[in-house]
Design a protein around this ligand. Structure first.
Ligand code: PLP
Length: 286
């Protein structure tokens, strides 16, 4: 059965979903996006995703394309019309369509599109073993907190690890500070046993998975620091894992060719994964 997409204010088979050539998203990457998971036909962490969407739009002066309540109904309808119990929802908003001109056109309406990505959510197969990753220079701009559709540096960096059959590339600044992965946030358990991740600022995207996990960690009184670490810290770390909407928590067992810990998913990573899964179960049941 064909996938159903939302485009030009209607639901259509995705094969018939067409976008205007002069959409500023297409010509300038002038837009933002969201990716959220659904399981058993329930969207996870909907309010958090809509909050982040509103924030990203605000930061680049694009109005919300619909009131929040209407967007929420459309998201439910998108899930209802697609023949999948679980997967990812991709939602994109661009500034709109007009003859190409760098300045914002005076009267322009944002363009909302949504579709469903048929990917497996958080499969345990990779998580039980862990994955390999590399580091590479962070080539991005100075507002990585905005979920911009301009992802060229991310895809070029991700390709580097893909070509080595590895799962992710972690990005570092000229001083060696690790910011995040190309589509993930990254955590280490450092040599003192402290859980650390980069602070939420303009150098990283504030991941929803990261936010939820840190709330859990705070509630459970687990020691952690939102304090940046370097490539050297990462190479010496006892544990490394990354977080994302589709992966939840994923242990990294090899970084830049070096084995992490004893080469299997670490105890803290496993414990946090169980706590995060309990949050997901709660969302699905809500
Ligand atoms: C650059 C970047 N960092 C982190 C994340 C993880 O965010 P989330 O947990 O909301 O999926 C993403 C997700 O796409 C991302 O693109």
């Amino acid at each position: 059965m064909s996938r159903i997409a939302y485009v030009n204010n209607q639901f259509v088979p995705q094969s018939q979903a067409l976008i205007a050539m002069e959409d500023r998203g297409y010509q300038f990457a002038d837009g933002v996006y969201e990716v959220a998971a659904f399981i058993d036909r329930r969207m996870l962490d909907e309010a958090r995703h809509l909050d982040r969407l509103e924030r990203s739009l605000h930061e680049i002066a694009i109005p919300m394309p619909k009131p929040r309540a209407a967007l929420s109904l459309l998201l439910r309808e998108l899930i209802r019309r697609n023949a999948r119990d679980s997967g990812l929802i991709y939602l994109q908003v661009t500034r709109g369509v007009s003859a190409r001109n760098h300045t914002f056109p005076a009267s322009i309406k944002p363009v909302l599109t949504m579709n469903v990505l048929p990917v497996a959510i958080a499969s345990d197969a990779a998580r039980n073993v862990g994955v390999k990753a590399i580091t590479a220079p962070d080539l991005r701009w100075k507002r990585c907190d905005i979920k911009s559709i301009a992802l060229l540096p991310n895809i070029l960096s991700r390709q580097l690890s893909a070509e080595k059959n590895m799962r992710e590339t972690f990005l570092y600044l000229p001083d060696g500070t690790i910011t995040e992965g190309t589509a993930t946030n990254v955590f280490i358990v450092d040599t003192s046993g402290v859980l650390r991740t980069h602070p939420k600022n303009e150098a990283i995207l504030g991941g929803i998975t990261r936010d939820v996990l840190l709330e859990i960690v705070r509630a459970k009184n687990i020691a952690f620091e939102e304090r940046a670490f370097t490539r050297d810290d990462m190479h010496a770390a006892q544990e490394i894992f990354f977080t994302s909407t589709s992966a939840f928590l994923m242990p990294v067992i090899e970084i830049d060719g070096k084995i992490v810990g004893n080469g299997t998913p670490g105890a803290i990573t496993k414990k946090l994964t169980e706590l995060y899964k309990a949050h997901v179960a709660h969302e699905v049941a809500a």
